[in-house]
Design a protein around this ligand. Structure first.
Ligand code: PBG
Length: 327
């Protein structure tokens, strides 16, 4: 035998040298849930280790993340029922708690990167990402101006990137125009490009209390069976002016991450979602999986598939592990 692949695996020194994919904390985004009120740190049952934070405590959590090198955050608001209506009015109400928090965070930590969520569901009585008409249809074109108001309000509060997570047609172009018109040419768009109608968003909807009141999201989120459709969405978002393309969820969609990466020169993000986090944490809690190697393998493989950026609830935990291991 003259060819022995095992030669390149025989020591830590060789393995570290030939490793093809590495994950740096700069490539991780920590999603955080923000709730109105004071001194709140509410646990989310299906997401052990994740909380709904009120503003002051959120700042402390951001501080803990910064200590381990996590400085990029996707912020999601948990809105009281009383503030929800059909048109997501609260989402652009001047000085709502979400906009206030964005402003405060950017004042205290100007170097932190904040990604704002642009979709109607946190603020919508119907629990849908778009406007629901009298027949129960999620109407596309009437949703766009509402999304634009959310985006502009967040831009005014100081957001760095907006993340349209709604999957309406034409929204990237519409939001780009709306931001530019108000002078926010430097606010970027991380588009939820290939967002699937997934069973793995359950814990997130529990966190936000944002589950659809009727029907499901299949007329706007993608069919998990489809791959070419993701490339169609990717081409559109790129042409419409997106700065990043995102695939969501991540683990069951590694082929989609890879295909999108091969089609675009834009940075590709993957969202390792709440249900994926819940599965892992549940198994760890039972003692069926070991956290550290399972997290490392999960995130490294999402990276290997082609993700330049990973949004994951494990960002802080992973960064802590790296620190503890001298990485
Ligand atoms: C809704 C939104 C969802 C997530 C991010 N934005 C859920 C949904 O579409 O119902 C899910 C994130 C996660 O599960 O971690 N605009």
């Amino acid at each position: 035998m003259h060819i022995r692949p095992r030669r390149n695996r025989q020591s830590e020194a060789i393995r570290n040298m030939v490793r093809e994919s590495r994950l740096h904390t700069d490539q991780l985004v920590q999603p955080l849930f923000l709730v109105d009120g004071r001194d709140l740190q509410e646990p989310i049952a299906s997401m052990p280790g994740q909380y709904r934070w009120s503003r002051e405590l959120l700042l402390e959590e951001i501080d803990r993340c910064l200590e381990v090198g996590i400085s990029r955050f996707a912020l999601f608001p948990v809105v009281a029922d009383a503030n929800k209506d059909k048109k997501a009015t609260y989402g652009h109400a001047p000085g709502n708690f979400y906009l206030k928090a964005i402003r405060t965070i950017k004042e205290i930590y100007p170097d932190v990167l904040l990604i704002g969520d642009v979709a109607m569901d946190p603020y919508s009585k119907d629990g849908h990402d778009g406007l629901v008409d009298a027949e129960g249809t999620i109407v596309n074109d009437e949703t766009l101006p509402i999304l634009a108001r959310l985006a502009v309000a967040q831009a005014q509060a100081g957001i760095d990137l907006i993340g349209p997570s709604d999957m309406m047609d034409g929204r990237v172009r519409y939001l780009r125009d709306a931001l530019d018109e108000k002078g926010f040419t430097q606010v970027g768009i991380m588009s939820y490009t290939a967002k699937y109608a997934s069973a793995f968003y359950g814990p997130f909807r529990e966190a936000l209390d944002s589950a659809p009141k009727s029907g499901n999201k299949k007329t706007y989120q993608m069919d998990p069976a489809n791959a070419r459709e993701a490339l169609r969405e990717a081409a559109l978002d790129e042409a419409e002016g997106a700065d990043f393309l995102m695939v969501k969820p991540a683990l069951a969609y590694l082929d989609i991450i890879s295909a999108v990466k091969n089609q675009t020169n834009l940075p590709v993000a993957a969202y390792h979602v709440s249900g994926e986090y819940a599965m892992l944490m549940a198994a760890v809690k039972e003692g069926w999986l070991e956290l550290e190697p399972a997290v490392t393998e999960t995130l490294t493989c999402i990276r290997r598939a082609g993700a330049d950026i990973i949004l994951t609830y494990l960002a802080k935990a992973y960064a802590r592990m790296l620190r503890a291991n001298g990485g």
